[in-house]
Design a protein around this ligand. Structure first.
Ligand code: FES
Length: 159
């Protein structure tokens, strides 16, 4: 299928360009993941494979790093990423109700993107703002002392 090969070649060239300033060593895996994600919005399979070859690091290791850090996404993301904290302090103060309210409001399953491409909803362990529990983060903004209604209202500000 020549068209598929053409697409693949174009993508390889794009990745080569994105990573051209990085040394071709294992130390470059994390910066390479950051650069590819910045360019594509997430880390597609072909990007992980390219990084593996480029840094001479086994694909399983690259994949392991990409899944270990919460900053990396293996699936396409919505325009806004909503992370509901599920750490102990937030859990005690009702994080599950917040999460369920947002899932209902957005009409998606965990990790999915809304049909209009606006939001992705996920959970995190602790956002480091436990005194404001329960907490969520929308993009880079922390919102605390949430109630289900307050959380739904905050989403409206990002529409
Ligand atoms: S447990 Fe939620 S911010 Fe720490």
């Amino acid at each position: 299928m020549p068209q598929v090969n053409e697409e693949l070649r174009k993508m390889q060239n794009t990745y080569e360009k994105i990573l051209e300033d990085l040394p071709e060593t294992r130390e470059s895996v994390i910066p390479a993941l950051q650069l590819v994600q910045k360019s594509r919005g997430y880390l597609p399979e072909d990007g992980l494979e390219f990084i593996s070859n480029y840094t001479e690091t086994p694909l399983a290791k690259v994949y392991g790093i990409a899944t270990f850090y919460s900053q990396f996404y293996l699936e396409p993301q919505g325009e806004h990423t909503v992370k509901v904290c599920q750490g102990t302090a937030c859990h005690i103060k009702g994080a599950n109700e917040i999460y369920d309210a947002l899932l209902g409001e957005l009409g998606i399953a965990p990790g999915e993107v809304t049909p209009d491409g606006k939001f992705t909803l996920t959970t995190v362990r602790c956002l480091g703002a436990c005194s404001l529990a329960p907490v969520m983060m929308v993009d880079e903004d922390i919102h605390g002392n949430l109630t289900p209604d307050k959380a739904r209202g905050i989403l409206g500000d990002y529409e």
